[in-house]
Design a protein around this ligand. Structure first.
Ligand code: 13P
Length: 288
């Protein structure tokens, strides 16, 4: 199946009260593990690529071509969207050119008027090319690609203004942060989420910083209109832990244990297990 944009899968998710996972990719192993698991679970999936990860993987065109070829070679039939995560204005344009099917333009650090103007321009381009577009209001806390946000709560009226421009999905800060949550984290602001949901109606809402949010909070967020949940760090931690165990058990010293296909296998299995758990929790199993 060719890449699809995220509109149809998220409209269905919002109506069906479940969420589609966005899992960020870092390399071939990550991509393969996520695609195979989505297929096994018969779930739609969104592959997220940050600008830093895109650079690491030798550019957006390399990523788009790799993902498309992999979908073909692995005979993936579930809907797959390839999505730029926290894109800059220039990064968004580069991904549109490279063949991505979905874009996030993160204009949350601009004054609202400038965020609106730039978002509007990108919406027009995406509409013409059949791509979906995610916008952000209220910065998501934590660090991603060196950008540190404080985790503020979005203003529901600003969310409505951006939603009304015609974006496909809207990321709104509700106290969520990227990476591990600190011990003293106050939790998600469901009050803010409910107010945003009330103002934005059928617009699919996006929850960033999916790593480490307790299952009951995830379920409540889905009940309150979240239809897309982003997970990145949790797959990285699962990969790291499994790889560490392999090396600490001296498996790399046994036979051909140094072969990267063996060395990276436990980490890949750990990514698959994490993605499996998230697809179950988000409720997108068998929704392909
Ligand atoms: P985590 O790394 O906290 O899972 O967040 C991922 C994310 O929101 C990507 O945009």
């Amino acid at each position: 199946m060719a890449l699809v944009n995220a509109k149809d899968m998220l409209t269905k998710a919002k109506a069906g009260h479940y969420a589609v996972g966005q899992f960020n990719i870092n390399n071939l192993e990550w991509t393969k593990s996520i695609l195979l698991t989505a297929q096994e679970m018969n779930s739609p999936v969104i592959l997220g690529v940050s600008e830093g990860a895109g650079k690491y993987m030798c550019g957006f065109k390399t990523v788009a071509d790799m993902v498309k070829a992999m979908i073909d070679e692995l005979k993936i039939t579930v809907p797959v969207a390839l999505h730029l995560d926290h894109g800059s204005y220039d990064g968004a344009k580069a991904c549109i050119e490279a063949g991505f099917s979905s874009i996030m333009f993160d204009g949350s650090h601009y004054p609202i008027d400038e965020n609106i103007a730039k978002t509007k321009e990108l919406i027009d381009i995406c509409e013409e090319k059949g791509l979906s577009l995610e916008a952000e209001v209220g910065s998501i806390g934590g660090e991603e690609d060196g950008v540190i946000g404080a985790g503020e709560c979005a203003d529901p009226d600003e969310c409505k203004m951006i939603a009304d421009l015609g974006v496909t999905m809207l990321a709104a800060g509700i106290g969520n942060i990227h990476g591990k949550y600190p011990e003293n984290w106050a939790g998600l602001s469901f009050e803010t989420l409910a107010a945003i949901q009330e103002k934005t109606g059928t617009m699919p809402l996006v929850l960033h910083g999916g790593t480490g949010i307790p299952a009951d909070m995830i379920k409540k967020a889905i009940d309150l209109g979240v239809s897309k949940i982003n997970v990145n760090t949790e797959c990285q931690l699962a990969f790291q832990e499994a790889t560490r165990k392999y090396i600490e058990a001296d498996k790399d010293l046994e036979g051909k244990g140094f072969d990267p296909r063996k060395l990276l296998a436990p980490g890949c299995e750990a990514i698959k297990e994490t993605v499996r758990e998230k697809i179950e929790l988000f409720g997108s199993k068998d929704k392909a």
